[in-house]
Design a protein around this ligand. Structure first.
Ligand code: GLN
Length: 233
């Protein structure tokens, strides 16, 4: 859709997966987080209402392709693979994959994942890294267990059913915070990724508008303000 189409509809449909604090998560019935605030800014720029739908992470790209969503803001890494299916805005956040283990774990670095059972979120770059289908890295885990929520992976880690969780660094931080007496995040960064807003392929005009909003937010310091509201330094 063009910005004009969205203005005529009166609503910007944003899809996300609200299991990814601090970027999107539920506070009671409400979906909140960094990506929601950015999306609200985009809706404001268009002069329309924002409607957020909370769906499974691995269905977000389909939602764009089928026209159910105009944008996806989900801490989504602008990966080369995804660029075949969607257009991305300019990046707005640098991220990496991180490892969560129990405090008494013998896993102290990336290569210790070899031969271990690792939990990931289905369809994420962490899943891709641990599955290592194309042999892009030197990690060869024994088994990848895929969860729809990072929290479920952490529950299995706490229950001793898996040896580690691989997930994005800031969400990892938030998950560990809630159980810091039992689990920790290792310092090593496994990847270097950039989050961007996804749109259906061919969204040239909308992409331009989204990039403008992101640039304005960066220039005015508003982006930093929003981020620091959710991530304590
Ligand atoms: N950044 C990761 C990805 O794009 C995870 C995103 C998420 O779980 N919301 O695959």
């Amino acid at each position: 859709k063009t910005p004009e189409d969205i203005q005529n509809a009166g609503t910007l449909y944003m899809a996300t997966n609200a299991e990814f604090e601090p970027f999107e998560y539920k506070d009671g019935d409400e979906v909140v987080g960094i990506d929601i605030e950015i999306s609200q800014k985009i809706a404001d720029k268009l002069g329309v209402e924002l409607e957020v739908s909370d769906i499974a992470f691995d269905t977000l790209i389909t939602a764009l392709q089928s026209g159910k969503a105009d944008i996806v803001a989900a801490g989504m890494t602008a990966s080369e693979d995804r660029k075949k299916n969607v257009d991305f805005s300019d990046p707005y956040f640098d991220a990496s994959q991180a490892i969560i283990v129990t405090n008494d774990s013998d896993i102290t670095s990336r290569t210790d994942l070899n031969g271990k059972t690792v939990g990931v979120q289905l369809g994420t770059t962490g899943d891709q890294y641990c599955t290592n289908e194309d042999g892009e890295n030197d990690i060869s885990v024994a088994e990848v267990k895929r969860y729809s929520k990072g929290m479920e992976a952490v529950s299995d880690l706490l229950a001793g059913r898996i040896d580690a969780v691989v997930i994005d660094d800031f969400p990892a931080e938030k998950l560990v915070e809630k159980n810091s007496d039992k689990i920790k995040k290792l310092d090593e960064a496994l990847t270097s990724e950039e989050y961007a807003i996804a749109m259906p392929k061919g969204s040239t005009e909308l992409q331009k508008l989204v990039n403008e909003v992101l640039q304005e937010m960066k220039d005015s310091g508003e982006m930093d303000e929003i981020v620091s509201k959710y991530i304590s330094a």
